[in-house]
Design a protein around this ligand. Structure first.
Ligand SMILES: [Zn+2]
Length: 298
């Protein structure tokens, strides 16, 4: 083995070892957001709970293997039962614990398309893999198409659907008195969004979803994104401006007859935002240019 190859191999082993130890040591951190509302961060989508006299209302549940840790974390806030679990969309890093939560007695709720997608095998072109249908106990048993209200823990908890954004089954949840909005994966704070075109997501729908969120919130609202850090209105407005600028840039290329490869290779189209580190994760500048191209070309 030549020296550079050997060094690469050592780096690989080291990265693998770190990845493995992180996997073993995932902690569920509980952050108080406002009034009864808490955000739980572990691995996968951010969880929100409302904990009060009526019990626990929960949004998303990460992965099945984390359920014991998540339940322990919830217990530090409330001894009461988990009455409701709402899924913001069907992806496994938000619904993986469903079956366990159903066993805990939670009633699982989601948009109708979440149940539809979880009920059958789903092929994801991007990753070239099939995700098996979820077992019966993991499926939402209450579904809605537009919106619904919970009157729980002294406030109104309003869940509403946004069309073809991150997927075709996204819901946001607004805690009225606490003034907290959970946006699910219609918001990846500080990074380019993953828009799941194979699951009915779209660039325009993603932009429209954020516009809808902005109509509901005010300067004091605390925003829980699907992934990453707690956020607020001015930051979400900047995020929207970023997406709209990229949309215009890509549309101009499409109208000029450019191919997907030309757009994928033209770093200038997202350079300004790449420099702000939006692409420093699994959705790179190239990935977001391709996503917008494919979505807007239709
Ligand atoms: Zn997702």
């Amino acid at each position: 083995m030549k020296l550079p190859a050997f060094l690469n191999f050592i780096t690989f082993l080291f990265t693998f070892a770190i990845g493995f130890s992180q996997q073993k040591e995932i902690q569920i951190k509980v952050h108080h957001v406002s009034n009864n509302v808490y955000m739980l961060v572990g691995q996968g989508g951010n969880i929100a709970i409302s904990a009060g006299e009526d019990g626990v209302f929960m949004i998303d549940d990460q992965f099945a293997r984390l359920t014991p840790k998540i339940l322990k974390a919830i217990k530090t806030v409330s001894e009461k039962d988990i009455r409701f679990l709402l899924n913001t969309h069907w992806h496994g890093d938000h619904t993986g614990g469903n079956k366990n939560m159903e066993k805990e007695g939670a009633v699982i709720i989601a948009h109708e398309n979440v149940r539809k997608r979880m009920s059958t095998d789903q092929f994801q072109k991007r990753r070239n893999r099939t995700i098996k249908a979820a077992p019966k106990g993991a499926l939402p048993i209450v579904t809605f198409t537009k919106d619904l209200n919970f009157h729980f823990n002294g406030e109104s908890i309003y869940a509403f659907h946004v069309h073809n954004a991150h997927t075709d089954g996204d819901a946001m949840v607004y805690f009225g008195s606490s003034n907290v909005l959970h946006m699910g994966d219609t918001y990846f704070q500080g990074k380019y969004p993953y828009i799941d075109l194979d699951s009915g997501g779209s660039a325009q729908g993603y932009i429209d979803a954020i516009k809808k969120a902005l109509l509901i919130i005010d300067d004091e609202t605390k925003i829980i994104p699907g992934h990453r850090n707690l956020s607020f209105k001015t930051e979400l407005k900047e995020y929207l401006a970023m997406l709209e600028e990229i949309k215009i840039n890509i549309l101009t290329e499409i109208n000029a007859g450019k191919t997907e490869e030309e757009v994928a290779n033209n770093i200038k189209l997202t350079q300004k935002f790449d420099d702000l580190k939006y692409g420093d994760w699994f959705i790179s500048g190239e990935a977001i240019r391709r996503t917008f191209y494919r979505s807007l070309k239709k």
